[in-house]
Design a protein around this ligand. Structure first.
Ligand code: 6PG
Length: 479
């Protein structure tokens, strides 16, 4: 046995991760792929990696030092279960199987339980950063047992991105915790992307600037508090000219956004946990809305506002949009961390929220300077219930809020959809409200279903006898 780590699944993410592992001091990487051709190709293309190619699960297992450590990089779903079944046959108690795909965390919880029964460790690890990140340093979110972390920790630290001197990996929590956190990362990614898209749309339709001109605005924003990978690549995309037509590429790309499901999982999970991740939900639904051309064709007859959208002071409007984007982004992260905090409590994971924000500073898609401020907030108050109430964020939102309101009003008046901007603002106004009309909803529920209500002035549960003499009685609590 000559390899200290193995990779199963050599599509682009798997190959790049294997190359990353091989490039680090002290690692010898065994590789295995279902079809032999991929293995041969990778070995030929990268002799410098010194890969140990293997062509059966048994050979793969035999080539690994004990405890054996293997990272599975296959498309999430049934394929993952198939590979796990094969590895369990040839591995021994104490060995470690890592699933580095975008698995749905309940699947990871299930797999961890099944594999643990054999004495083998199973680790679901979220890996972010796309193809480039896998090769040069991703952000890694591993779950699984403490025992597995002893062996796995140094290996993952060696391949992770480095942010301010620290590797972007931490042991997130047991069983499905890593994939849960990766899921929420992707939900925040959806919100971040949608917010940027709304900012672009408002500026373009409000000022008539070209995509190339707007690219310069994003490049400028990237030098300030909005600095992030997604803002940076937005400028790149907007600058791109289509070779075939000479038009800006963004104008020839079909406006129907795809999704592989992680955003939807974030929202479904939040609904089940009762966490209002409205910005992430709107971002996910915005992709769904865009992807129904048949409905959009029919709905094109619906009228918009009568007046043209004009902006009198372009520079002031652009600055308003920047502030609206920043405030809405703070809301998206606040909501995402709320989901992680609530999920951790529900599933019994001890997740260090500050550590999560730190491992997102490098390697991953949502990497940004901003994450340092989140780390500061949790360093000060580890159990902060609403992230955006931390002094830094409360000040930033306070500074942005009138601009944010102006932008949402302008969008509504202009008939420009800004679902993530406006839902974030509604969340902000909802969560900070002294009284909410939820009281009326409780009254309605009690009226038609005797669902009962609580009172502000005394303990207990009450029901008004709506169909009788309308006097109030004490009642059983039915929620
Ligand atoms: C990452 C990305 C990665 C992938 C998303 C995209 O962190 O590296 O999030 O996981 O790009 O799954 O998802 P959609 O196809 O749903 O946009």
């Amino acid at each position: 046995a000559a390899a200290n780590i193995g990779v199963v699944g050599l599509a682009v993410m798997g190959s790049n991760l294997a190359r990353n592992l091989a490039s680090r001091e002290g690692n010898t990487v065994a590789i295995f792929n279902r079809s032999r051709a991929k293995t041969d190709e990778l070995v030929t293309a990268h002799p410098e990696a010194g890969f140990l190619p293997t062509f059966s699960y048994q050979e793969f297992a035999d080539s690994l030092q004990k405890p054996r450590t293997a990272i599975i990089m296959v498309k999430a779903g049934a394929g993952t279960d198939a590979v796990i079944d094969e590895l369990v046959k040839v591995f021994e108690p104490g060995d470690i199987i890592v699933d580095g795909g975008n698995a749905y965390f309940p699947d990871t919880i299930r797999r961890e339980k099944t594999v643990r029964a054999t004495g083998i460790n199973f680790v679901g690890a979220g890996i972010s950063g796309g193809e480039e990140g896998a090769l040069t340093g991703p952000s890694i979110m591993p779950g699984g047992s403490d025992e597995s972390w002893v062996t796995l920790g140094p290996i993952l630290r060696s391949i992770a991105a480095i942010a301010e001197g620290e590797p972007c990996v931490t042991h997130v929590g047991h069983d499905g915790a890593g994939h849960f956190v990766k899921m929420v990362h992707n939900g925040i990614e959806y919100a971040d992307m949608q917010l940027i898209a709304e900012a672009y749309d408002l500026i373009r339709r409000g000022t008539g600037k070209t995509p190339a001109e707007i690219a310069e605005i994003f490049a400028e924003w990237n030098r300030g508090e909005l600095e992030s990978y997604l803002i940076e690549i937005t400028a790149e995309v907007l600058r791109q000219v289509d070779a075939a037509t000479g038009a800006p590429l963004v104008d020839v790309i079909l406006d129907q956004a795809g999704a592989k499901g992680t955003g939807a999982w974030t929202v479904q999970t939040a609904l089940a946990l009762g966490v209002p991740v409205s910005g992430i939900a709107e971002a996910t639904f915005a992709r769904s809305l865009s992807s129904h051309p048949e409905q959009r064709a029919v709905a094109a007859i619906l009228p918009g506002p009568d007046e043209e959208f004009t902006v009198s002071d372009e520079a002031a409007f652009i600055e308003d949009v920047r502030l609206a984007l920043y405030a809405s982004k703070i809301v998206a992260y606040s909501q995402g961390f709320d989901e992680i905090r609530t999920g951790a409590a529900e599933y019994g994971w001890n997740i260090d929220l500050g550590a999560i924000s730190k491992i997102w500073r490098g390697g991953c898609i949502i990497r940004a300077q901003f994450l340092n401020r989140i780390a500061d907030a949790y360093a000060e108050t580890p159990d902060l219930p609403v992230l955006m109430t931390a002094p830094y964020f409360a000040e930033a939102i306070g500074r942005a809020q009138s601009a944010w309101r102006r932008v949402v009003v302008a969008a509504a008046q202009a008939g420009i959809p800004a679902p993530a901007f406006s839902s974030s603002l509604s969340y902000y106004d909802g969560i900070r409200a002294d009284r909410l009309p939820a009281a009326l909803v409780q009254g309605q529920r009690d009226f038609f279903g005797a669902h009962t209500y609580k009172r502000i002035d005394k303990p207990g549960t009450f029901h008004t006898q709506w169909s009788g003499d309308r006097t109030e009685i004490e009642a059983e609590d039915t929620h």
